[in-house]
Design a protein around this ligand. Structure first.
Ligand SMILES: Cc1cc2nc3c(=O)[nH]c(=O)nc-3n(C[C@H](O)[C@H](O)[C@H](O)COP(=O)(O)OP(=O)(O)OC[C@H]3O[C@@H](n4cnc5c(N)ncnc54)[C@H](O)[C@@H]3O)c2cc1C
Length: 443
């Protein structure tokens, strides 16, 4: 089980376990309305816990990032928590609101309240007095949150639009947290679920406020200056070197940074394609023109221009105990391997390394650089041009690496290529812990 699955299911287990100490889904008599009452509580708590955890993850805390194996994995978890929250909140909303509608349509008969209305006092009476407002706030916040989460999941929505609208979820969380605390069954406060809900909603609210204040970018930003740019028009790629200011604490090969060249566009993540050298303080980025921003930026960057950097992030750090490492860089996914070769050229680690670079286009200039990097790092380089030589297959790798079964595999490139490679290596018995990949995608 991966760490992100452990976190996801662990959170569900924690909510379920502590809720079951105070309540149950097995109501007696088992009928629609008694079940609705407990299910609305349970689904609401699950939704708010997931949303809170997603907000805390968005703070990009270094300890959490290390534990989860990198920011790309952290954002994958953030996305699954968002989907989970949307599903649970929709169920919660339907059982709460849909039931009222179904009673109105005559599909359900509302049970007659038995006995005299209980007089409440003190804190419980105060909580009861807030219910109307909490219900209305919760309902509207749910509609907005659902819309924002759907916008985030629909790939057709451009990234820049998603990025701007997604921030609004931090605002919407605040009324949802309030809704949960007020409408949670009052007797839960005497059990662990009550206090856990308080802690989790406060943590989520603090995270929401920090995110709205521009954290973590504001706290971790370092200024840099572009010192050189080289274009490879045949690849639609450019290479840019940036000298970073004193705030940059160094990085490991394979890590990445968020780079902002234009405030209105915001930060984009790029792998740092060079090792850390405190003398030059220079970071290299190799960027493919994959969309609007990267196309525009390739023309607008110039030497002496100031950029902002945030990082380093990522857990794609080549650390394992295998004597042989297989590296596969698909297209622009070659960048972390360039950085690692840069480090190995200065400080060899004694491993056998095979680097497979699969690319549709070839530039002799870029290829000569890659060959020179591989030679100085003592890395066996295999370049496969998919247009002329066909696709790189798992069998090609197996044939080229004598001890492939004892090796680790480090992959960066298209998701489909990673999936087919990893599934074949798994079938051949290579354990998951030896298969590493970097996602070039955070959505
Ligand atoms: C960890 C990581 C490392 C990366 N390293 C490199 C690299 O070394 N070289 C390189 O050329 N590319 C790299 N990328 C990809 C690069 O970030 C995107 O290609 C670039 O942001 C595309 O922007 P665009 O507006 O031109 O394209 P669009 O067409 O707008 O976006 C294409 C895709 O890029 C992603 N993307 C766009 N904007 C952002 C953003 N602000 N933050 C996160 N993802 C975004 C989205 O998935 C989007 O669907 C990396 C991505 C990640 C996540």
């Amino acid at each position: 089980m991966t760490r992100i699955s452990m976190f996801f299911w662990g959170l569900i287990g924690l909510v379920t376990g502590s809720w079951l100490l105070s309540d149950s889904l097995w109501v007696s008599p088992f009928a629609y309305f008694p079940f609705r009452h407990v299910f609305v509580q349970y689904s609401g708590l699950l939704a708010v816990f997931m949303m809170s955890a997603a907000l805390v993850l968005a703070l990009r805390l270094r300890t959490l990032e290390r534990w989860l194996g990198g920011l790309d994995k952290m954002y994958r978890l953030h996305k699954w928590l968002g989907i989970g929250a949307l599903v649970m909140a929709t169920l919660h909303w339907w059982w709460a609101q849909g039931t009222k509608w179904m009673v109105g349509w005559g599909w359900l008969d509302k049970p007659v309240r038995q006995g005299a209305k209980q007089e409440l006092a003190g804190l419980e009476a105060w909580f009861r007095g807030q219910r109307g407002l909490a219900e209305t706030l919760g309902e509207w916040a749910f509609y907005i949150a659902a819309l924002l989460i759907i916008l985030a999941l629909v790939r057709a929505v451009p990234y820049h639009l998603f990025r701007k609208t997604h921030k609004l979820l931090a605002i919407v969380f605040l009324p949802l947290a309030w809704h949960s605390l007020i409408l949670m069954e009052f007797r839960y406060w005497t059990g662990p679920i009550g206090w856990l809900t308080l802690i989790v909603t406060v943590a989520g609210s603090v995270a929401a406020v920090l995110l709205l204040m521009g954290w973590p970018a504001r706290a971790r930003r370092v200024t840099g200056e572009i010192v050189s740019i080289i274009h490879y028009p045949e690849l639609r790629v450019f290479e840019c070197s940036v000298r970073v200011g004193e705030g940059w604490q160094g990085h490991k090969a394979g890590q990445f940074a968020f780079v902002t060249s234009n405030e209105s566009e915001g930060a984009h993540p790029y792998t740092i394609a060079s090792g850390w050298d405190p003398g030059s303080r220079s970071l290299k980025f190799v960027v493919k023109e994959l969309g609007d921003h990267t196309r525009r930026v390739s023309r607008s960057l110039h030497e002496g221009m100031k950029v902002a950097l945030e990082g380093p992030y990522g857990g794609f750090d080549f650390e394992d105990d295998c004597r042989t490492q297989i590296w596969v860089g698909g297209g622009i996914g070659i960048t972390p391997f360039i950085a690692r070769m840069n480090v190995l050229a200065r400080k060899p680690d004694g491993r056998n390394v095979y680097l497979f670079h699969a690319t549709p286009d070839i530039s002799e200039r870029a290829l000569n650089k890659l060959r020179a990097d591989a030679e100085s790092a003592g890395v066996n380089l295999v370049v496969r041009c998919s247009k002329t030589d066909g696709r790189l297959t798992p069998q090609d790798i197996r044939d080229a690496v004598p001890d492939w079964s004892q090796s680790s595999l480090w992959f960066c490139g298209p998701v489909a290529m990673a999936n087919s490679l990893f599934s074949q290596f798994r079938k051949w018995g290579v354990p998951n812990r030896r298969l590493h990949r970097e996602f070039f995608d955070m959505r």
